[in-house]
Design a protein around this ligand. Structure first.
Ligand SMILES: [Zn+2]
Ligand SMILES: [Zn+2]
Length: 361
């Protein structure tokens, strides 16, 4: 987490916030590992293996969480690294007179994009200057505040694996305790609603509908109060999962929120990739007033055709090459080689439309 390295570029304040997010996320992951391995499966409380006598199931459970949860932590940390180094390769600005294939440009003269914040360096097509990281990124999708880094094509595989491991790890962690937890939650809710103090403090107060995440938060916080009330009846000699426990409920609530968020983001990102869009493209599609983009057809000396450029129409996806090619462009390493710059291929249907427009003018 190279947070404080750069003082001259990026947004230092955002980075401090992101640093605390990273500490928080890693703490939740580490704590989940402790609860599942030590308190649920084995060791001090021995709930599943010794207390419940389920040694085979307990052993399998232990193996699964020991594999999944650290894996999630490693993938997460790897995404937070290299925010300074993972940069646009410093290719010199190509001479537009020497280009042979159609390419995206910034104006009708066929000029290539440059970045004013990076001393006028070439910004290859589909690159974006991330103001939080302070660098240009090739194949930029979005800046993710949860990992405090940009998500680009080269990181997409790792990013998606993190988003998919999180709900899997959470669901697996929950398997042995689900019944007990559901029972405890029902009991806690009941105790909370029947308690005079909880009614006065929370249920009868109008603010309970607003101040803790709206109507859903009203029930979650109310349930938390129930766990607090039940604490007075708890026996300390029983293991964690045997009786209603606010600690277990809280860590599961965090797990559920993270998993839900991760799964939704994964599906949303995959849908964009299939349509040949980066997250940024998909967001920009919703703003019709964004600056125009152009495609330039280079001069062709063999056919005596001069250079022409034309605007990309709203809704035209120039990098959409069909679902499977779009996916392969992200996941196939051959497309992510660092040996030299590979110009992105353009949608042949859009190119046809453009050439017809140019010829009819
Ligand atoms: Zn830049
Ligand atoms: Zn960034």
């Amino acid at each position: 987490m190279a947070i404080f390295v750069s003082g001259r570029k990026g947004r230092p304040r955002t980075r401090v916030v992101e640093f605390f997010i990273q500490v928080f996320v890693l703490s939740v992951i580490a704590y989940s590992l402790y609860v599942t391995t030590v308190e649920i499966a084995s060791h001090s409380d021995n709930w599943l293996i010794i207390y419940r006598g389920q040694s085979v199931f307990g052993g399998l459970y232990l193996l699964s969480v020991v594999f999944l949860i650290p894996r999630l932590g490693i993938v997460y940390v790897s995404l937070t690294l290299g925010r300074e180094t993972h940069n646009t390769p410093k290719y010199p600005l190509p001479d537009k007179d020497h280009l042979t294939e159609p390419y995206e440009c910034v104006n009708l003269d066929g000029d290539l994009a440059t970045c004013t914040k990076c001393s006028g360096a070439w910004k290859p097509p589909r690159s974006f200057h991330c103001s939080t990281c302070g660098v240009c990124r090739m194949h930029f999708h979005h800046h993710c505040p949860w990992v405090g880094n940009c998500v680009t094509n080269t990181r997409m595989k790792t990013f998606l694996s993190m988003l998919l491991i999180a709900p899997i790890a959470f669901s697996v962690s929950l398997i042995p305790i689900w019944h007990a937890l559901a029972r405890h939650m029902a009991l806690a809710l009941q105790s909370s609603q029947q308690d005079a103090w909880a009614a006065q403090f929370w249920w009868d107060w109008w603010g309970s509908w607003i101040f803790f995440g709206g109507p859903l938060g009203r029930w979650i916080f109310g349930m938390g109060l129930g766990f607090h009330i039940l604490k007075a009846e708890r026996r300390d000699d029983l293991p964690l999962v045997e009786q209603p426990n606010l600690r277990l409920f809280t860590i599961c609530a965090f797990g559920l929120i993270f998993s839900f968020f991760a799964l939704a983001l994964a599906l949303w990102t995959i849908a964009d990739i299939l349509r040949g869009l980066t997250t940024l493209d998909a967001l920009q599609e919703r703003y019709p007033n964004r600056p125009s983009r152009f495609v330039c057809f280079p001069r062709d000396n063999t056919r005596d055709v001069s250079r022409t450029a034309t605007a990309i129409l709203p809704g035209e996806r120039i990098y959409d090459l069909g679902h499977w090619v779009n996916l392969r462009n992200i996941f196939d390493s051959e497309f992510n080689n660092t040996m030299g710059y590979v110009w992105p291929r353009l949608n042949p249907f859009v190119l046809d439309r453009m050439q017809n427009t140019i010829q009819s003018e």
